[in-house]
Write a protein that binds this ligand. Structure first.
Ligand code: PMP
Length: 432
């Protein structure tokens, strides 16, 4: 193995400081929690991504989820090119919006109608506005370690970049903006019950069906049953934030696989095929409260953008055709096995959580079932592991608290490279 060098990335990182905040447009890209110089990417194709120093990696970040088919999948690229010839943005409706909406609603039993927006953040804060309007109540329950984008009301006990940077929340969020946000513990139904006992103004519980922003955590069955029951009893809506989990473990939502009775669903990432798309949807009686049919205002200049719709439609069509979900489970199981074998051989504390095409190792002895147990991970070990994976030509998220993602373009050889890279990286952790 030749030692990878990052001269060009380093230079861009330094130059980028002049006119970009920390040289990035999203904090996790700065590699702060793993140190060292963040990668600047020049191109990507299939399951490979190439940085500006011409280092080639198997991509297990996949733009944090959207590139589920791999990069520049031919059938998707063809449709994007075709759409480009018709215009970039119209400020009026176009056919693609109808088509993608129908495809998505057909894949979710819980949605009759959806509204497209431009990001997961937008989808979530619009869904909360809608839940408040529908129920006439103001409070929301979220789970610690759950990340739902960067709207003020949700920057409380959040995972993802905030967990990575060990930030408790965010400066600039007034107390008023979060006074209606109650935080419960994932997988602990009593913590939800307690809030409901003490508060009578709860509009919604927002949950990632398969949390991926404290690392991957799996919900236990009784917890989900309990949530369904409490929501029904107390007329509280369940908002399933499937921005990450949507279309990743089945063609549709993880809500079906875990039996979560979602009232409103938020989507993003995969449905835009790599372009900025988000969406929220629900049954008719809820969605018909949104303008122009109802009194809940929500709008977007670029919403339903024709290029993004074309990418989304082509991605979903191809996903349906390939049906790669069994393949994902098999790859994820191989990754888990490599970790368990390595941890035994090198006597390291490792846990692996996985669901469909989301996988996550944690450097800790105890099972990871919620945010406090995820936070017990040894982030120093993760740091060493991360850089060794980079040296092995494997691009994984530069944070202990982000899910790895799989794409359907991965070949058998590449899977072998991943598992042998994990072995080498664990060895390095043990030796350091
Ligand atoms: N919800 C979840 C579950 C997410 O994982 C994310 C982003 N990782 C968001 C919302 C926010 O989406 P975006 O970054 O597109 O605003």
């Amino acid at each position: 193995m030749s030692i990878k060098k990052f001269k060009n990335s380093q230079e861009l990182y330094e130059r980028g400081q002049a006119h970009l905040v920390g040289a990035v447009n999203s904090p996790v890209r700065a590699f702060k929690s793993v140190g060292g110089s963040p990668l600047f990417i020049s191109s990507a194709k299939g399951s490979k991504i190439i940085d500006v120093d011409d280092n080639v990696y198997i991509d297990l970040v996949l733009s944090y989820g959207p590139m589920i088919l791999g990069h520049r999948f031919p059938a998707v690229e063809k449709k994007i090119k075709k759409a480009l010839r018709h215009g970039y943005s119209f400020g009026a409706s176009s056919k693609g919006e109808l088509k993608l909406a129908k495809m998505i609603c057909s894949a979710f039993g819980s949605m009759d109608k959806i509204r497209f927006v431009n990001s997961g953040t937008e989808a979530v804060f619009s869904a909360i506005r809608l839940a408040r309007a529908f129920t006439g109540k103001d409070q929301i329950i979220k789970f610690s370690g759950g990340y739902h984008g960067h709207a003020d009301a949700l920057l409380v006990a959040a995972g993802s970049g905030l967990a990575t940077l060990s930030l408790p929340g965010s400066k600039g969020v007034p107390e008023d903006a979060v006074k209606n946000t109650l935080v419960a513990e994932f997988n602990q139904i009593e913590s939800v019950k307690n809030h409901i006992k003490e508060n009578h103004n709860i509009a919604a519980i927002i949950i990632e069906p398969i949390p991926g922003n404290m690392g991957v955590v799996l919900p236990n069955e009784d917890f989900i049953k309990g949530l369904n029951q409490l929501a029904k009893e107390h007329k509280i809506l369940i908002i399933a934030d499937e921005v990450m989990s949507g279309f990743r473990s089945k063609f549709g939502g993880a809500q079906d696989l875990i039996g979560l009775n979602a009232d409103i669903t938020c989507l993003g990432k995969v449905i835009g095929g790599g372009f900025p798309v988000g969406a929220y949807g629900a049954r008719n009686e809820i969605m018909e409260m949104v303008a122009p049919l109802g009194p809940v205002y929500q709008a977007g200049t670029l919403s339903g953008n024709p290029i993004a719709m074309a990418a989304g439609i082509a991605t979903l069509k191809e996903l349906k055709k390939q049906n790669p979900y069994k393949k994902f489970n098999k790859i994820a199981a191989k990754i888990e096995k490599a970790f368990l074998k390595g941890s035994k051989e090198f006597d390291l504390p490792v846990q692996v959580n996985r669901f469909g095409s989301m996988v996550n190792p944690f450097f800790t002895k105890e099972p990871v079932t919620d945010f406090p147990s995820a936070q017990k991970s040894d982030t120093e070990m993760f740091k060493i592991f991360f850089w060794e994976m980079i040296q092995e030509g494997l691009f994984i998220p530069p944070s202990q608290f982000e899910s790895w993602f799989l794409c359907s373009s991965m070949t058998k050889d590449e899977i072998k490279k991943v598992t042998s890279g994990i072995h080498t990286a664990l060895k390095k952790v043990a030796e350091t």
